[in-house]
Design a protein around this ligand. Structure first.
Ligand code: PBG
Ligand code: ZN
Length: 331
């Protein structure tokens, strides 16, 4: 009888034992729920997103209704995306004082002062061409003008801050944006407002369903001249350190599941809080397979998020946040 071999099964013998020795846990305080809020006179507007079963475009009033049970169940933070009433080449509604995100921030902070409101800062939902910044007049290639875009992003961030946002999250991937935003926020007196940089954001096909939801698909060209090449890992370190040098307080890696090696790399190299965004395509793939009955959906949701956390992300941005809390799957 072999006496000396390793018996790993001793610590897997019961649910209580496994719980006791578990290395990674999901907790409510690390979850962030994204919402799509629409500028519409129809107060009861509530439009399902076809490619994201379970997610909706919501009027301001419907957003409040939708959030209620999640907040009751312990949702600590939301990430807001706006769909404006009109679009133009310079994305004016992104930085309008009465823009839809600005109004949503005011509503939420008024109703739930302790809830953290994170705003996505980008122009693609607001520009008629669907790019994340300014184009040269008549441009049909979609190569965004970097430096002139910075000023508009800064105006957007300051308008979110004035509305009461708790964290500013720029997702445009222009160079120098963190420096520009930090400078602009400081100048406006918001030196205490943190920036969560989408520092490591890949040009990903996983964003497809989001672009339906946010109505932000580029009319021509693509985002590969500003978002990162999925083949590059070491470049993530350059992007992250540039953003930290410029004043970012937190970093984000996006997408999350297919980029867990990048999450680990960034987590091991930088000591700031790290968020990971389980994006729309990751959500929709799990939902679709679940609806087909091909996988155990609840287990897969949990496993996908445990994996992201195990890779080193502490903050989880996921469209499953609401459901996890309301169903008591994360407590
Ligand atoms: C805006 C933005 C995008 C996402 C977050 N902010 C889309 C994009 O870059 O095309 C994607 C989120 C998701 O897919 O869930 N720039
Ligand atoms: Zn964008």
């Amino acid at each position: 009888m072999q006496e000396s071999f390793y018996r790993g099964r001793r610590l897997r013998s019961s649910a209580a034992m496994r719980e006791l020795v578990r290395e990674t846990r999901l907790v409510p305080s690390s979850l962030v729920m994204p919402y799509f809020v629409v500028d519409t006179p129809d107060v009861s507007f509530r439009q399902p997103v076809p490619s994201m079963p379970g997610q909706f475009q919501l009027s301001l009033a419907e957003l409040e209704k939708q959030m209620e049970p999640a907040v009751k169940a312990g949702l600590p933070a939301v990430l807001l995306f706006g769909i404006p009433k009109s679009k133009d080449p310079v994305g004016s509604e992104a930085y309008a004082a009465d823009g839809i995100v600005q109004r949503a921030v005011r509503m939420i902070k008024d109703r739930w002062p302790h809830l953290l409101v994170i705003t996505d800062v980008c122009l693609c939902e607001y520009t008629s061409h669907g790019h994340c910044g300014l184009l040269k007049e008549g441009d049909k290639t979609g190569v965004v003008l970097n430096d002139p875009t910075l000023e508009l992003l800064t105006r957007t961030a300051v308008s979110h801050a004035e509305a009461g946002a708790d964290i500013i999250a720029p997702s445009d991937m222009m160079d120098g944006r963190i420096q520009a935003l930090r400078h602009g926020l400081d100048k406006a007196g918001f030196y205490n407002l943190p920036i969560m940089s989408y520092a490591v954001k890949y040009a990903s096909a996983y964003y497809g369903p989001f672009r339906d939801a946010a109505e932000s698909t580029p009319q021509f060209g693509d985002r590969r001249t500003y978002q990162m090449d999925p083949a590059n890992a070491r470049e993530a370190l350059r992007e992250a350190s540039a953003d930290l040098d410029e004043g970012a307080d937190m970093l984000m890696v996006k997408p999350a599941g297919p980029y867990q090696d990048i999450i680990r790399l960034v987590a091991d190299n930088f000591d700031v809080p790290l968020a990971a965004y389980q994006v729309s395509g990751e959500y929709s793939l799990i939902r679709a397979a679940g609806q087909q009955g091909w996988i155990d959906e609840e287990r897969l949701i949990m496993e996908s998020l445990i994996g992201i956390r195990r890779s080193g992300a502490s903050i989880l941005i996921t469209y499953f946040a609401e459901e996890l809390l309301c169903k008591g799957l994360v407590r």
